[in-house]
Ligand binder design. Structure first.
Ligand code: ASP
Length: 597
């Protein structure tokens, strides 16, 4: 028979029973984690969100109580009253925070039962993520997941503390809105009242936060949900959370200072880690040394360019690439000369994923160089290559020749792979840096047009404004990204607040006046009414939280995430809807053949 809570009123959380409670009568409630029957004495571990405590049901108190306790099963919900005692010597459990104590039960109320569990409520359970997500209410009872949510809550608190201290105002911006300019696909919501019209879910609050600056709010922040209907890559979510902020009358340094204050406080307060000076690296330097705009500088293995040598050498593969405007870069995998042919073949396949057509290599052995390509180089050229790569006996040098994008992507990823393989990355290090001076535009080869690398409201550098129309490729943006252990955790920019500059930028990216007006007319209009100079930034909160918690997947720090295929296994979304709902929305669905059963 299940009981009512009645007059029971909890006095303590399970995980918080401590020395000072010895001898006290306490009331705790929670879930039965484990039960043990030791010769007529029943022990249970009782769990709530704070942890576990042992409860003892002894015939000394009452035989009936013991009989009742024997009925308990995993995840039954109970309320217990009893006295806190020290556990008899030798029976303490050092793994448990409350492991020196137990509650000697005097009263037990069984409040609810549970079906047998699909998986045990423990950390490190071997269960597929699908099952975990379907039974998320059980998954979140696991201590690590509960701690993840608690940690995330504390992170929100730090956000609010820091931004409040700095005079920011928290403002909510709408979810039902118009298309935003972050460059992904929009999620659309059909309007019932206006047949054939749609709201778009915001890809970010970008336009609204700029409008708030025009409105004189001066400093805005929000823990904002963003929605991007992208093809889902490994660790992305269709909806995710940003710490979004914007400031007026500022330059790059001011925005970066606030961001630094936040990240420092978060690490200090939540993990006890002091973040030192945060270095600033230009985009060009990052690309040149690491092949990526989010370099992991916890380890070396830097890339070196040898295009100049390639241009004049007799190795056709290198020379023709260099002559056609491509580049040749290399890295020295210290001590890698022992790699087998098979291992090198695997690495070749690996760089192939990034478009590299091959991976040339040179082993530096005690009796000379071993390599299929050495014979194509003069001694002088080879010496220069070895010197540039600081090659020593025992090393292997890897080379990729191709378009700059391919070379950089291939070698940047090879660098990370080798770094992990050789254990060069100190996982305990927190490595933060800024990357600045991004190019303003990027050439979209397929569509043969310039695109904004960030979004089109990012301001070009003052001194580059005149180059906007004749040489867009040379224009740098007033943008900055914060990179943490090789992951971009945040980014932003100083914005364009002048109409004439904005018009030029639209022109470069091939956005006609009408199109610009149709898509962002409301912002352009606002910019005409005394827009102050302004800039801002957004942190990806899910990613930051996952990194701080040492979780591989952002899904582990989101209460109810979607799968990699964009499904919510708990609720079954996305799902079909009733015919009447579609009728009301004036929508007729045509299922593509590929989806028909
Ligand atoms: N809106 C940008 C983003 O979502 C961030 C910013 O520029 O403030 O990436």
């Amino acid at each position: 028979m299940l009981e009512h809570l009645g007059s029971f009123k909890r006095t303590h959380y399970c995980g918080e029973i401590s020395e000072k409670d010895l001898g006290k009568e306490v009331k705790v409630a929670g879930w039965v984690d484990t039960t043990r029957d030791h010769g007529g004495v029943v022990f249970i571990d009782l769990r709530d969100r704070t942890g576990k405590v042992q409860v003892v049901f002894s015939p000394e108190i009452s035989k009936e109580l013991v009989e009742k306790a024997k009925k308990l099963r995993h995840e039954y919900v109970v309320a217990v009253e009893g006295e806190v005692r020290r556990r008899p010597e030798g029976t303490e459990n050092p793994k448990l925070k409350t492991g020196n104590y137990e509650i000697y039960a005097k009263k037990l109320q069984i409040l609810n039962r549970s079906l047998p569990l699909p998986f045990p409520i423990e950390d490190n359970v071997k269960v597929s993520e699908e099952v975990r997500l379907k039974y998320r209410f059980l998954d979140l009872r696991r201590p690590k997941m509960a701690e993840n949510l608690l940690f995330r809550h504390r992170l929100y608190r730090v956000v609010r503390e820091v931004f409040n201290e700095e005079g920011f105002i928290e403002v909510e911006t709408p979810y039902l809105t118009k298309s935003t300019p972050e460059g992904a696909r929009d999620f659309l919501v059909p309007s019932r009242i206006y047949p054939g019209k749609f709201y778009a879910l915001p890809q970010s609050p970008q336009l609204f936060k700029q409008i708030l600056m025009v409105a004189g709010i001066d400093r805005y922040y929000q823990i904002a949900r963003c929605f991007r209907d992208e093809d889902l890559r490994a660790d992305r979510q269709p909806e995710f959370t940003q710490i979004d902020f914007e400031m007026s009358f500022v330059a790059e340094r001011d925005v970066m200072a606030v961001a630094e204050k936040f990240i420092r406080r978060a690490y200090k307060e939540l993990l006890g880690i002091e973040i030192g000076e945060i270095p600033v690296m230009t985009y060009d330097e990052a690309m040149s040394r690491f092949g990526t705009d989010r370099p992991d500088t916890r380890f070396g293995l830097e890339l070196k360019e040898i295009t100049d040598i390639a241009k004049q050498c007799n190795f056709k593969v290198f020379r023709s690439v260099a002559e056609k405007g491509g580049i040749v870069k290399a890295l020295n995998f210290k001590g890698g000369a022992k790699l087998s042919r098979k291992e090198i073949d695997e690495l070749t396949k690996f760089v192939g994923v990034y478009g590299a057509k091959g991976l040339a290599w040179i082993k530096v052995l005690p009796d000379g160089l071993q390599s299929p390509i050495v014979k194509f180089f003069t001694e002088g050229e080879m010496n220069e290559i070895l010197k540039r790569l600081e090659a020593e006996v025992g090393d292997i040098l890897f080379f990729v020749a191709d378009k700059p994008e391919v070379v950089n992507a291939a070698l940047a990823n090879l660098r990370l792979k080798l770094g992990k393989m050789a254990n060069l990355i100190d996982e305990s290090k927190v490595n933060i840096l800024w990357v600045v001076d991004f190019p303003m535009f990027e050439w979209n080869e397929e569509e043969e047009r310039w695109e904004a690398l960030h979004h089109p409201f990012t301001s070009p550098k003052e001194e580059d404004i005149e180059k906007l129309l004749e040489n867009p490729g040379a224009v740098r943006a007033r943008a900055y990204d914060m990179v943490l252990n090789g992951v971009e955790i945040g980014g932003g920019s100083i914005r364009i607040h002048r109409e004439d500059v904005q018009e030029k930028v639209f022109k470069v990216i091939g956005l006609s006046e009408e199109e610009a007006k149709e898509r962002f007319g409301f912002l352009l209009e606002a910019l005409k009414y005394g827009a102050p100079p302004h800039g801002g930034m957004a942190f990806g909160l899910d990613r930051l939280c996952a990194i701080m918690r040492g979780e591989e997947s952002i899904r582990d720090v989101i209460a109810f995430p979607k799968t990699q295929r964009g499904q919510c296994l708990l609720t079954g979304a996305p799902d079909t809807v009733r015919e009447e709902q579609l009728d009301e929305l004036h929508i007729r669905v045509e299922t593509p053949d590929s989806e028909k059963e």
